[in-house]
Design a protein around this ligand. Sequence first.
Ligand code: PRX
Length: 634
Amino acid sequence: MIPLIDSFEAYQNAYQRSIDTPEEFWDDVANTFTWKQKWDQTLNWNFTEPKIEWFVGGKLNITENCLDRHLANRGNQTAIIWEPNNPLDAVRKLTYAELHEQVCKFSNVLLSLNVNKGDRVCIYMPMVPEAAVAMLACARVGAIHSVVFAGFSSSSLSDRINDASCKLLITADGMTRGEKKIDLKQIADEAMALSPTISNCIVYNHKSFPIAMQADRDHDWMSLMDKASVQNEAIEMESEDPLFVLYTSGSTGKPKGIMHTTAGYMVYTAYTFKNVFQYKDQDIFCCTADIGWVTGHSYIVYGPLLNGATTLMFEGIPSWPDAGRFWSLIDKHHVNIFYTAPTAIRSLEVFGLEPFVGKDLSSLKVLGSVGEPINEEAWHWYHKNVGKGNCPIVDTWWQTETGGILISPLANITPLKPAFATLPLPGVQLVIVDEKGEELHGNNVAGNLCIKFPWPGLARSIYGDHERFKTTYFSTYENKYFTGDGCKRDEDGYIRITGRVDDVINVSGHRIGTGEVEDAMNEHGYIIESAVVGYPHDIKGQGIWAFVICDREHHSYEQLCNEAKAHVAKVIGPFARPDRIQVVAALPKTRSGKIMRRILRKIAEGDTSNLGDTSTLIDPAVVDKIKAGAELIR
Ligand code: PRX
């Protein structure tokens, strides 16, 4: 059994031990798993190359730990509950035995299509259990899965397929979210036209949408599964063999394929799932994220299944058919642990208390928050109205790169403070540094958040570009992993995350690089140049504000806005659609041609009292014009 921390004192002891003797600490956790061969070196690392290896020499298959080892005791226990988009449609439940069978069969399907260890497989799927089956089957045959969020456009999808040279794409005919229909296969077809490495495509028929199938390439999921054997031996993986790649945005350049490996990710997600949420046998755990993001990977699929938990997958959205959907879901499935994003909470807050009427939320024991800072007001609303004042909120801070949660209260153990992620988990040696990289000791300090020692879940590389991994995360501050976030440590030693300190914005919990939006805008025929920043948004957390220079040909501001927004949605995906577009005659540039984003950010935030030094601008008068223009669209 994975060790469970059951008191604050036990947390303090575990934390101290994880710092004093990290290898012994993680050995004890790793020893609770099934290995084909035990490791001979627990940790081998340096943050200069960087090189991070855990459980070196060990051999295992993560799916044996997610599935096979539970069969004896939990074969008939529900592993996945699936709640469809439409609450009137049938719920599906898969036991551990059924999930195991599906994964074994689909593993044989993959092998029959010549998908082998180390091959990359792209998964572009709705939120259905088959998405988890596809991920686990990849892991079982040793293929590296790259799940792409089904809200991405065809060009974003093909970029990701091409970056990792995926040979297989797994998708579905389509999906419905609320009342919106999305033709996934059509988008996949457009992407595959630009992705020559794909030789096969498996299509899961989810909604019976009309689709075109290309005879030599496309295969129907069900037909393949009907023919597949249920016997499948999980292949032997080395601890450091890659498990998956997941694309995420950074300050500059194209999205990067964050690469996680097998054993460390397994140990870390399982340990954090159990301890942060204080998961107890039979609890129903519901995480409302999408499997296309890391939260879905670690806390819908791997973390829960590694613990033999029951995990609920929700296909729909919080606002449909009405704003009480989450509360009906909790009532219907007797959810005990509910994990969602602050943006969802804020979007439901505006509907008041009426949507709660008639919903029994008494099954809830623990609430969680993830993806962005939770403001105090939303924290209290969540605590009072959803948790009825009885459920702790675990405000979990982490990133795609960290694999699992790094800073969070442990439910019912760590004393809470609204809007604080509180304390680091065992194994997490966080440091706060100033701009010069000097470590800020003690309490009442604010600076940039870094980690100075590896934990098992840390990403190992950027797929195909280790140099970029080094420069992005390990070069800003010597011998430290730099998170890109700012934080404060208060008088009690508690951590409050203050948000990104780079050009990454967080829109409804979606991580977007401002550069990506600019590139998409600049492709539009009317737009000559653009600069994109985030601004505070009541519901989304941050909204996207684009300052653009246009040619003279455009017809009207309204037309420009509509077209530019639609263009970004088409190039990246609808979630990246700018909220505000401000046409400007010029952007504030320094003599070296750099746009001074700091100024644009302040203008978008409505905080123009002190814009700092503008003397290095080519034309400081530009600033006043932009300020005046901003007032017109605010
Ligand atoms: O800025 C932090 C914010 O989300 C970023 C990571 O985004 P992503 O890789 O997409 O992973 C999101 C889900 C783990 C972080 O750099 N973030 C995440 N959780 C929190 C948060 N900010 C404040 N509080 C959190 N609990």
